[in-house]
Design a protein around this ligand. Structure first.
Ligand code: ATP
Length: 230
């Protein structure tokens, strides 16, 4: 197609001190797509996410990114500043991206607009005082401060109640609807299938099966591949 790729991986692999975590990954992330990378613990999701983000160089193969691409990674565990307020967490992200003054105020306003109303009213509360789901939403909001073209979210549902998972996913869905390119790293095939245009199942560092969740044949194969990995 004529779709522009944000990032493309060709034959990508990664080893940590000689131990292979990822191998033979070919993956294109078209602009505006929502791609789910699904796999059990240790399948290689975080490694793949960091390579897509560009912060971890592959030890094999090639990563190609669109010119001037801004990618943001929301890491597993969120890595918030727990004693800083919600607003301060967003400001720190802006400073880190060298955004100041009027630009900072504009981005802050835009990001706050995306927050659920309940959080908008709690901008002065320390991150530690927020629920797990609220912290996850804040971690995503912080990534949005740099106005990324691509956002990679590592296990956003981890440790959250089902209601909170729904809320986090609703917020991610809104970003996708607005045209942001999203890569979701997920342990749950069901959640990824519900939220993504394309799903890739990782098994022991390699892509076991890939396809569109709308295709029932793919879903059967994905379940099979996923349960083999459990
Ligand atoms: P999890 O859900 O547990 O984070 P994952 O699917 O994200 O799993 P990765 O974190 O990418 O998987 O890990 C893939 C493999 O690489 C695992 O065997 C893991 O132990 C190993 N690994 C990950 N990071 C490192 C590291 N910094 N040093 C050595 N080995 C690592």
């Amino acid at each position: 197609g004529t779709e522009r790729a944000t990032v493309r991986l060709d034959g990508v692999g990664h080893s940590y001190s000689g131990v292979t975590a990822l191998h033979d990954v070919d993956l294109t992330v078209p602009q505006g797509s929502v791609i789910g990378v699904v796999g059990a613990n240790g399948a290689g999701k975080s490694t793949l996410g960091r390579i897509l983000h560009g912060t971890l160089p592959p030890t094999l193969g090639r990563r190609t990114a669109a010119d001037g691409l801004r990618s943001a990674l929301v890491p597993e565990g969120r890595a918030l500043f727990k004693t800083l307020s919600l607003r301060e967490n967003l400001e720190v992200a802006a400073y880190a991206a060298d955004i100041k003054g009027a630009e900072l105020r504009a981005r802050l306003a835009q990001t706050v607009e995306w927050l659920p109303p309940r959080l908008r009213e709690r901008m002065g509360v320390p991150a530690a005082g927020l629920s797990g789901g609220e912290q996850q939403i804040l971690a995503i909001a912080r990534a949005l401060m740099a106005r990324p073209d691509l956002i990679i979210v590592d296990e956003p549902a981890l440790g959250l109640s089902p209601a909170m998972v729904d809320e986090v996913y609703a917020r991610l869905g809104r970003l996708a609807h607005e045209g942001l390119t999203v890569v979701l790293l997920e342990q749950s095939l069901g959640r990824a299938a519900a939220a993504c245009h394309e799903v890739v199942v990782l098994h022991e560092g390699g892509i076991a099966v890939r396809g569109e969740p709308a295709d029932p044949v793919f879903l059967d194969r994905a379940e099979q591949a996923y349960f083999d990995g459990q």
